[in-house]
Design a binder for this molecule. Structure first.
Ligand code: CP
Length: 310
């Protein structure tokens, strides 16, 4: 994405753009491990993290990514800001814009909020998760993690399991993986699979026993009860019994199948601890590591493509 100004969604990105970003992120992953990241690359640039929803991984890794390549990073505590006094999203963004912010990382509960801000500010806007719409950097870090371990994405069979309906991670992953030639299966109860999702080119299964055989990657998702309008699932125990991933279920996938989870995990609800913590099969920690590399690549590439208007 050499001339892109914002990163708002995977939708609309073309294979060469995604591949370039993954290649740059791969280089940052190696630089991070050797401690040789370019410390002055973003000297003089300001990054503001504006998170209207809770986050551990995304917010922290954007902060780390920005600092590692020399940006000044500010974390806005939304609950302690003038948002709590009724200031609108647009007024908050306009205020930050007037402070000459270069990169604005936004997480918001409303789908489309980062895209709206991108029309109003001079800064480059990065979507850190908006409603049930998209979480593009999560899909990019997932793709990088898979590519590093499997050597490719094309032709792999990836099962995304659990609460698809409320998951921006699932949506971004479906779009990215399909764009790069992987085949995506969705596994979950009918209440948690959106109607007409097959239009995105995925295959839907309502049982793990039917959906897992032949899969290379098993990606588990958290039940997002905070986004559910009513009880769409039975008890957590019943959900685990039917859709939880333990070693017995994992044995249905390919013998070398690997397990992923974007976090935060609910152990014993969608994934058994023995699987989540299995160093031979679980990529969950590597996903977090690749999150920093991918966010460094995004900040680097967006900064190359955009000089702030003054
Ligand atoms: N995967 C993810 O977005 O995690 P956080 O909510 O902790 O940022």
């Amino acid at each position: 994405m050499p001339h892109a100004r914002h990163l708002l969604a995977i939708e609309g990105m073309h294979p060469p753009q995604i591949t370039e970003l993954l290649d740059v992120a791969e280089a940052y992953a190696l630089l991070n491990r050797s401690g040789n990241a370019p410390r002055d690359l973003l000297r003089g640039k300001t990054l503001i993290n504006l998170f209207f929803e809770d986050s551990t991984r995304t917010r922290t890794s954007f902060e780390l990514a920005g600092k590692r390549i020399g940006a000044d990073v500010i974390n806005m505590a939304v609950s302690a800001s003038s948002v709590s006094k009724g200031e609108t999203l647009l007024d908050t963004a306009a205020t930050l814009n007037a402070m000459q912010c270069d990169l604005l990382v936004v997480r918001h509960g409303q789908s489309g909020a980062p895209a709206l801000l991108a029309q109003k500010v001079d800064a480059s806007v990065i979507n850190a998760g908006d409603g049930t719409h998209e979480h593009p950097t999560q899909a990019l870090l997932d793709a990088l993690t898979i590519r590093r371990r499997k050597g490719r994405l094309e032709g792999l069979i990836v099962a995304i399991c659990g609460d698809i309906a409320h998951s921006r991670v699932a949506r971004s992953n479906i779009l990215l993986l399909s764009t790069l030639g992987a085949r995506v299966r969705l596994i979950g109860p009918p209440t948690l699979i959106p109607a007409e999702i097959e239009q995105l080119g995925v295959t839907v299964f309502h049982s793990m026993e039917q959906g897992l055989p032949g899969t290379d990657i098993v990606m588990m998702l958290r039940l997002q009860r905070e986004r559910m309008v009513s009880g769409l699932v039975p008890s957590a125990r019943e959900f685990f019994r039917r859709y939880g991933l333990d070693h017995a279920r994992l044995a249905l996938a390919k013998p070398d199948a690997l397990v992923m989870h974007p976090g935060p995990m609910n152990r014993g609800v969608e994934i058994d601890s023995a699987v989540a913590d299995d160093p031979e099969r679980s990529l969950i920690r590597e996903q977090v590591e690749m999150g920093v590399a991918v966010r460094m690549a995004v900040l680097d590439l967006l900064s190359r493509g955009h000089s702030r208007n003054v």
